[in-house]
Design a protein around this ligand. Structure first.
Ligand SMILES: NC(=O)c1ccc[n+]([C@@H]2O[C@H](COP(=O)([O-])OP(=O)(O)OC[C@H]3O[C@@H](n4cnc5c(N)ncnc54)[C@H](O)[C@@H]3O)[C@@H](O)[C@H]2O)c1
Length: 272
């Protein structure tokens, strides 16, 4: 099995060096696919794609502003279980990072369908866990918890701090890979996130961090959202669950956040 997670993962950084971003994300993926085809074409190949392949299309959904979060209108089909894989990835603003990941995502599908290879594409929501090394531009729960522990300043970018993300623990994601490895398909695409089981808005995440650490967070609000940033994104995992009915989430958001706290506390102490 080849698990391909290498990437230039930041939207904002990609705009500074589009050639580097594309070379790493798109050409790098093509290199791995082609080498797998030439030397081990029966291997299971797993690619960590991203929900940014849908660009900012999720922002066109009918969203309602609530006290602590944006939420999709309760009558919309995506309300119960989130956004599924049928959402178009075309004619939308992806960010340069999203565009290079679309190229890689489509190449992976093609190697599965055209060359009959065991390629699975997993379009991640927020992937996280105790080992996550979040930074200001990437890995928000981990970075938020770090700021809650250290007292470092945190800036919320736009949407009244009510933007919603679903969050999947790395263990649950790897367990998805394991199930796929045991019964692979050719070029299949799956959304992979915490779904309705584990999601939060920025405001809700801050409250959780404050509750766990016992510290008041030091943050400010900037009106300008990051370009193309999703307002509300919750992944629908029904397709994966229908193909692999034995898989289910194990780690709730609260447990994941507790684990991030414990790991981050030790790392911060080591740095000091
Ligand atoms: N973390 C998330 O929330 C999230 C969400 C959706 C998708 N993803 C995807 O999951 C994958 C892993 O993301 P992450 O959050 O662990 O990011 P990360 O930055 O922690 O890991 C990416 C890794 O790729 C390596 N890398 C970069 N360029 C390379 C190159 N040219 N050759 C070899 N290795 C190289 C880096 O050294 C790094 O270890 C990426 O494909 C990312 O797009 C992540």
């Amino acid at each position: 099995m080849v698990v391909h997670t290498a990437a230039q993962p930041s939207h904002d950084w990609a705009a500074k060096e589009p050639l580097t971003d594309f070379t790493v994300n798109a050409n790098g993926t093509l290199n791995l696919l082609e080498l797998t085809r030439l030397y081990s074409d029966q291997a299971v190949f797993i690619f960590t794609s991203t929900n940014k392949v849908y660009g900012d299309t999720p922002n066109l959904l009918p969203l309602v502003e609530q006290d602590s979060r944006w939420e999709i209108d309760a009558t919309h089909p995506y309300f119960s279980d989130g956004i599924d894989e049928n959402m178009s990835i075309d004619q939308t603003k992806h960010s340069l990072f999203g565009a290079s990941k679309v190229a890689a995502d489509v190449l992976c599908q093609e190697y599965g369908r055209y060359f009959d290879m065991n390629v699975g594409v997993f379009r991640g929501g927020c992937l996280t866990g105790p080992q996550h090394s979040g930074t200001q531009l990437h890995g928000f729960l981990s970075y938020l918890m770090k700021c809650a522990i250290t007292g470092d300043h945190y800036t919320i970018f736009g949407y009244n701090g009510k933007q919603v993300r679903d969050n999947i623990h790395a263990w649950d994601l790897v367990n998805m890979f394991w199930h796929f490895y045991n019964a692979p398909r050719k070029g299949e695409v799956y959304n992979a996130g915490g779904g309705r089981f584990a999601n939060c808005s920025m405001k809700e995440a801050i409250l959780i961090c404050e509750h766990i650490t016992g510290n008041k967070m030091n943050y400010s609000y900037s009106d300008s959202n990051r370009i193309g940033d999703h307002i509300w994104y919750i992944s629908n995992l029904n397709k994966f669950k229908s193909h692999f009915p034995e898989w289910d989430w194990k780690y709730s958001l609260e447990i994941t956040m507790e684990q991030i706290f414990e790991a981050m506390k030790q790392r911060v102490a080591t740095i000091k």
